[in-house]
Ligand binder design. Structure first.
Ligand SMILES: [Zn+2]
Ligand SMILES: [Zn+2]
Length: 395
């Protein structure tokens, strides 16, 4: 396999990729409701004469390039933005108040469209099929799960899948990943503590859910510190407390919200079980009751297939130089790429877009998040190389 021309080809498309990325960046959309983004993606695929199906998981798109049958390698990009106000000082800033591409999914979509362009130029030589999966609702909506349920991995059947995330914490031109768990199983938690409200001057006539919720918050801290093996990882964070409307009123209830994370599904279920037991018991001894729920979609951990990470590391080394490919420790963030890796062997990796001179010091989900757009052709090149290398080595 000749990998050396791939990066040069991707770099020659740099302005095209960046233009696509900025068009998406200006018009961020949330969840499954990606009407404009879907239109842009399908228009670009149409211009490239790439066969595609739209309307999978509402606004998802699956494109195919190659022979139409196996072997089949899939490349995945997410397309959704976040409900937050952009504060980045860029001239292609979000035109929609309260919405921002702060996780780089605009970059992911543009990098994969760049790969579509390059792969289309090599279509006649492809010994199999490359499937390009553009999915909605990565940020909490489990769009990847819906894509799988609605057949994104079928006809032709996907043998392996790759995903990339832009990573402002690593310099442009570098790549990182690991074998095994890379990102955490993650889910939300919600606890409503019910007491009995009344006059704040007569606490004895009330059952105070504020004090009880404070005790629950503190007691939850011992799950990770006292019940989990120190060499394993877990997160239980209470991130929101809501209750009360006046300084002289004890409210009837208090609501707590937060997140639970672990690198294994067993660990994740254990944390959920202990949160429920502790909140319920602490509430009870204080005369309150606690309703504990885990709303939203629980994301499984992203677990990289060992052989595929070995493969991806080798291929990435051919593209960026082996000295620019790193093993990274797991991160407790969640990623719904996990749903694909539950179905087929997969590998998720991160691609550097960090460059202090371009103000990329703000992390993902920050209102001032910016990327070094010179990193995007690397993402495109990696997608192409993962696809070509996979089809070449398939039996
Ligand atoms: Zn995100
Ligand atoms: Zn993301």
């Amino acid at each position: 396999m000749q990998y050396d021309k791939i990066l040069a080809d991707a770099k020659s498309e740099r302005d095209w990729i960046v233009d696509v990325r900025r068009r998406i960046h200006r018009r961020p959309e949330i969840g499954f409701d990606l009407v404009e983004t879907n239109r842009l993606v399908t228009n670009v695929l149409g211009e490239l004469q790439v066969e595609h199906r739209s309307g999978i998981a509402e606004t998802g798109v699956v494109a195919t390039i190659g022979s139409g049958d196996g072997p089949c390698v899939a490349l995945r990009a997410d397309m959704d933005a976040l409900p937050m106000q952009e504060e980045a000082d860029v001239d292609f800033r979000s035109e929609i108040d309260g919405r921002m591409h702060a996780c780089g999914h605009d970059c992911h979509t543009a990098m994969l469209l760049g790969a579509a362009k390059l792969l289309k130029g090599r279509e006649a030589d492809l010994p199999g099929t490359v499937k390009l999966i553009f999915q909605p609702a990565e940020e909490g909506g489990a769009g990847g799960d819906r894509m799988c349920q609605e057949g994104a991995l079928e006809s032709p059947k996907v043998d392996r899948i790759f995903g990339l995330h832009v990573w402002p914490y690593l310099p442009t031109g570098s790549v990182a990943g690991r074998s095994g768990p890379l990102l955490a199983a993650a889910g939300e938690l919600e606890i409503t503590v019910h007491g009995r409200g009344g006059h704040a001057a007569m606490p004895h006539a009330c059952i105070d859910p504020v004090v009880t919720s404070a005790k629950i918050i503190l007691e939850l801290q011992t799950i990770v510190s006292r019940e989990i093996d120190p060499l394993e990882s877990g997160v239980v964070s209470i991130t929101q407390t809501h209750g009360g409307s006046a300084s002289n009123v004890i409210p009837p209830s208090v609501q707590l919200r937060g997140t639970v994370r672990s690198l294994t599904m067993d660990g994740f279920r254990f944390l959920q079980k202990r949160v429920t037991e502790i909140a319920t018991a602490v509430a009870e001894v204080n005369g309150c009751t606690a309703e504990v729920t885990f709303p939203g979609h629980d994301y499984p951990p992203v677990v990289n297939d060992e052989g595929l990470w070995e493969f991806a590391r080798g291929v990435a080394g051919e593209i960026v130089g082996s000295e620019a490919v790193e093993e990274m420790p797991p991160v407790m963030g969640g990623e719904d790429f996990a749903f694909y890796t539950q179905q087929v062997p997969g590998c998720f990796a991160v691609v550097g877009v960090g460059n202090p001179e371009k103000g990329t010091g703000h992390g993902l989900h920050h209102p001032k998040f910016v990327v070094d757009e010179d990193g995007l052709p690397y993402g495109t090149a990696l997608h192409v190389a993962f696809a070509l290398g996979s089809l070449e080595t398939a039996d």
